[in-house]
Design a protein around this ligand. Structure first.
Ligand SMILES: NC(=O)c1ccc[n+]([C@@H]2O[C@H](COP(=O)([O-])OP(=O)(O)OC[C@H]3O[C@@H](n4cnc5c(N)ncnc54)[C@H](OP(=O)(O)O)[C@@H]3O)[C@@H](O)[C@H]2O)c1
Length: 228
């Protein structure tokens, strides 16, 4: 059973913690219980927000967790819940997703560039943009191999949101789209976000030792593949 649903609006989770813990904490646990009852395994998607973002090196699966905000805390509760009730669980932590279907940062930037709107993008968080196509292949590989446990799956390399916006516009041929970056502290609300969001959201490692995932394309190469 795949549990993918979540209350993903990070700011809204701060405003509605009860809902966040019910959806992101109890949701995966309930799916895991249901799976266990019929003898099935469960796979739940989690996030780099379970870390504090303080490390400048990629986080490994065994690194200490330390979510700063409600979204990360509620997703961590979901991880724990899914593990507790079903020994046949797979937790996949990923980050900065983009791809076909659904809202995502790259599509938003491209739509604004197409419309000729000025772009203002933050430049102080680093992360590993990950193509959902690559993520889903890794998830399938884990399922086929019956690899239970916790895994970090992202494309490799890292960049800021600003770098990603520039790369997306360049790949799609927008000449001089006028992308401005916002430094820390330019806006009050933004300062608050800095407190509760992990800042260094670097590439999470992939559990190569257990052979679950053989290659990790970099975010730059996959960005090209995704746009072609
Ligand atoms: N996007 C990322 O960069 C990223 C990074 C790391 C991990 N993740 C994880 O990946 C998963 C998918 O994320 P996403 O970005 O695709 O999220 P999304 O676009 O916000 O989609 C969330 C989905 O969950 C459903 N959902 C929300 N609350 C629900 C509820 N109470 N009952 C049933 N369905 C509910 C939504 O349905 P409706 O549309 O009908 O509300 C929607 O289909 C989540 O577990 C998220 O935590 C995402």
């Amino acid at each position: 059973m795949l549990h993918l649903a979540a209350f993903t609006h990070v700011d809204q989770c701060e405003a509605e913690p009860e809902k966040a813990f019910v959806v992101n904490g109890l949701g995966p646990r309930n799916s895991s219980i249901a799976a266990a009852e019929v003898g099935a395994a469960v796979m739940a998607l989690s996030t780099d927000y379970v870390f504090d973002g303080a490390s400048a090196t990629p986080r490994r699966e065994h690194d200490p967790i330390g979510p700063l905000g409600v979204y990360g805390k509620s997703k961590l509760a979901g991880e724990r819940g899914a593990r507790e009730v079903n020994p046949r669980h797979v937790i996949v932590r990923t980050a900065w997703l983009y791809g076909a279907g659904g809202r995502n940062f790259v599509d938003t930037i491209v739509a604004k560039a197409r419309a000729g709107e000025p772009l203002r993008v933050v430049d102080d968080q680093r992360g590993a943009p990950t193509w959902t196509h690559d993520l889903s292949e890794a998830m399938l590989a884990l399922i086929e191999r019956r690899e239970f446990g916790t895994y970090h799956v992202t494309n490799s390399g890292n960049c800021t949101w600003y770098d990603l916006a520039v790369a997306a516009c360049a790949i799609l041929g927008f000449v001089n789209p006028g992308i401005w970056f916002l430094g820390a502290g330019l806006e009050l609300g933004y300062l608050w976000l800095l407190v509760s969001n992990p800042r260094f959201r670097n590439a999470l490692s992939v559990n190569l030792e257990r052979g679950a995932w053989s290659t990790t394309a970099t975010w730059r190469t996959t960005r090209r593949r995704a746009s072609s």
